[in-house]
Write a protein that binds this ligand. Structure first.
Ligand SMILES: [Zn+2]
Length: 406
């Protein structure tokens, strides 16, 4: 059985017209006119496919395929239909419309399933309007918080108010939790270049990394750039350079681990003064929490050497985001499907966060990545070929067939 890729391609372009500006960029923020148009379009498509369709209390759109009237826990599958400001046509959209295409293919082939199959269009994943993001999936997984609902847009409208004004019932969000869930699947564009660099059409996502962000301060001894001999310096800039090399070496030796120093500030920051101190940011990500901690222990060990030269180092943890490991059994299942379909694939880590991560500890989670041309995303140039879309959606189809019959 195969999905109908012409139909999928046509739908991607139809949804891509909603919120598009004269430059070709798409902006579809939650609870705006564009969002409501997209919602109506999507609901109509789902109804035409023959799904049982409803909107929950915060505006997630859910289409159910359940020909056997099964009361088993469902397999849920979907992605978001909002975009960033001036975004592209494939982020979120491809995963959602692939799920719909899978449902239509099953329906056309009169496939009976042991479990219900839910196609879900998640609300407000990007968090561009209200800053928090992943609201729809947080509600469905039962992980939404008061802070999420209180977040405000630039017009001082809270998310709660916006949901209410759009005609939903945010006060009854608890009723929109889906429980139990048998498994959660999501197809998404990669948004990076790993698949392209490895000449792969699809990828098995290992997980979404744990992220820690630090502000680090390295204090040395300030001095005259001309009058201080090289062997009498305690220069924090030199220490920082060595430190950056060391953290780079450490993470390169670990699986699926990356580190970035994205911002550096030297103080006082004059050409003829040896700095007093430097501050820098560290963004470190790993698929395994223990690996991330190991990296930090190793760099702390190295810092002892720097401390001996008179450098004093302090850390401030700014952000600590929990990661998700995709389910091992589902990853193996997906890999064997890709092999059977003769697709070029690899396993890779997701660099970005996704709706799927909210289903951690709720049910097994699996994600399929599809190649993004040039790794471009969150821009109008975002592109995934028809062939790659087809391959990804076919893998999704096979996953749904397997899981819904367990
Ligand atoms: Zn996305």
């Amino acid at each position: 059985m195969d999905i109908n890729y012409d139909r999928l391609w046509k739908r991607i372009h139809s949804l891509g017209k909603i919120g598009i500006d004269e430059t070709g960029a798409i902006t579809r923020w939650p609870f705006t006119k564009e969002d409501m148009l997209a919602k109506e379009w999507l609901k109509n498509e789902m109804v035409e496919v023959g799904l049982f369709v409803y909107e929950d209390n915060v505006g997630n759109i859910i289409g159910i395929y359940n020909p056997a009237n099964s009361t088993e826990s469902p397999v849920i599958c979907g992605s978001h239909y909002d975009t960033v400001i001036h975004g592209g046509m494939f982020d979120g959209t491809l995963g959602l419309l692939s799920s719909l295409e899978v449902a239509q293919t099953l329906k056309e082939n009169h496939v009976m399933l042991k479990r219900p199959f839910y196609v879900i269009g998640y609300k407000d994943e990007e968090g561009n309007r209200f800053s928090r993001g992943m609201i729809g999936s947080k509600v469905i997984s039962g992980k939404v918080s008061e802070i999420d609902f209180c977040s405000k847009d630039s017009q001082d409208i809270s998310l709660f108010e916006a949901i209410k004004t759009a005609g939903y019932h945010p006060e009854k969000y608890i009723e929109s939790k889906i429980d139990p869930i048998y498994a959660s699947l999501e197809l998404h564009i990669e948004q990076g270049k790993v698949l392209e660099d490895n000449d792969c059409t699809v990828g098995v996502v290992e997980g979404i990394p744990y992220i820690q962000r630090y502000k680090i301060r390295m204090k040395g001894i300030s001095g005259h750039a001309g009058a201080t001999p090289m062997n009498h310096r305690t220069d924090p800039v030199i220490a920082m350079c060595n430190w950056i090399n060391e953290i780079t070496r450490i993470v390169k030796n670990k699986p699926y681990t990356i580190a970035t120093v994205g911002k550096i500030n030297t103080v006082p920051g004059a050409p003829n003064i040896i700095c007093d101190h430097v501050s820098l940011t560290l963004d470190i990500r790993s698929i395994e929490e223990h690996i991330l901690n190991e990296c930090l222990l190793e760099i702390k060990e190295y810092e002892k050497k720097l401390e001996k030269t008179g450098i004093h180092i302090t850390y401030e943890l700014c952000q600590n985001i929990e990661g998700v490991k995709c389910d091992d059994r589902l990853k193996d299942m997906m890999e064997s499907i890709m092999k059977k379909r003769n697709l070029s694939f690899i396993r890779l880590m997701s660099g970005a966060g996704h709706d799927s991560q909210n289903f951690k500890d709720r049910c097994p989670v699996a994600m399929i990545f599809v190649k993004s041309k040039g790794g471009i995303s969150h821009r109008k140039e975002e592109y995934t070929s028809k062939e790659d879309c087809k391959n990804g959606a076919n893998v999704l189809l096979d996953m749904v067939l397997k899981l819904c019959n367990e």
